[in-house]
Design a binder for this molecule. Structure first.
Ligand SMILES: [Zn+2]
Ligand SMILES: [Zn+2]
Length: 143
């Protein structure tokens, strides 16, 4: 963590893993199949940040290397999904909003993979706008 600033704290369900977040770049909800499988819910809220902005305070998250190259970090004791890192190892990292101590402070700003939203879910909650990138991905339904 650089700069010594702190924005938020979070951790897994059982408390074995705790982390601090110093800053973030954006927030969103993802409807893709990978998030669905990895986290076990129909849609996943994320806080987008960088690896440098997250400090593990205690615990050792386990890592799962997904077939598409992404890396998922989770608590090996309680199973909470904590972080996602892209296949290209860009230094980007996303934190599951639900593991933050005060997730209400991180309202989603955009939606991703809307085309994969399940038929019984609502893909566009009020007040949310799709980014142009999200619209392109949703329209193309590419993966
Ligand atoms: Zn845990
Ligand atoms: Zn996703």
């Amino acid at each position: 963590m650089s700069g010594g600033t702190l924005e938020a704290f979070g951790g897994c369900y059982c408390g074995a893993v705790r982390y601090a977040l110093s800053s973030h770049r954006g927030t969103g909800i993802c409807y893709c199949r990978n998030c669905r499988k990895a986290v076990g819910v129909h849609a996943v809220a994320w806080v987008e940040t960088s690896r440098e902005a997250v400090t593990i305070l205690h615990g050792f998250p386990a890592r799962f290397n997904a077939p598409n190259g992404a890396v998922w970090s989770f608590c090996s004791q309680c199973g909470s999904t904590l972080f996602w890192e892209p296949a290209e190892r860009s230094g980007d990292l996303a934190v599951t909003t639900g593991t933050l101590d005060e997730p209400g402070a991180f309202a989603p700003e955009q939606l991703s993979w809307v085309a994969d939203c399940l038929p019984w879910d609502r893909p566009l909650p009020l007040g949310l706008q799709q980014s142009s990138a999200t619209r392109r991905r949703a329209a193309g339904n590419a993966r």
